[in-house]
Design a protein around this ligand. Structure first.
Ligand SMILES: [Zn+2]
Length: 66
């Protein structure tokens, strides 16, 4: 089962990943590292990611709570 990538790239993401592999690769390394961590701020980071995508922030400029 697949889901459309939330970055509107037309590709599919896997259920356990936030973005498709291509969009994930485009994120800055600190954002990838933070989003890959679990813990109390994981949902906050996911919301930050989605809010920035919705606002049209380029994937290479997205920043989330460290
Ligand atoms: Zn994508």
């Amino acid at each position: 089962m697949t889901t459309p990538c939330p970055a509107h790239c037309g590709r599919q993401r896997h259920p356990r990943q936030y973005l498709c592999p291509t969009c994930w690769d485009a994120l800055p390394t600190p954002a990838k590292r933070a989003l890959g961590r679990r813990g109390p701020h994981a949902m906050t980071r996911l919301r930050e990611l989605h809010r920035q995508i919705a606002a049209g922030v380029p994937l290479g400029q997205i920043a989330v709570t460290p």
